[in-house]
Design a protein around this ligand. Sequence first.
Ligand SMILES: [Zn+2]
Length: 115
Amino acid sequence: MHELSLIANLFEIMEEKAAEKNARKITHVVLQVGKLSGVVPELLITAFDMYKKDTIASEGKLEIKEVPLKILCRDCKTEVVKDDFVFICAKCGSSNLKTLSGMELYLEKMELEVD
Ligand SMILES: [Zn+2]
């Protein structure tokens, strides 16, 4: 499962940051996940809940913010939010497109509990 290795990486980053701040617990984690990132949010949450046992985030909650797929047509300069993966401009039919958002996969925010 791709998501499990992502979560393993995420925990490495989280634990490092928590240690820097002498945190006792990680209570809330917000991840930005782009539609094009190829990651399934539900699977990420499942993987997080499996992984968090016996870690500093054992009572933590993972929140996923899905970032829509947004493209710009280089020919007619139209910006479109897409909910499909058809990479053709709806306005002029061009396939000369640029992805503006939707590739995201990163840790946006982390809440800690410090003694
Ligand atoms: Zn266009």
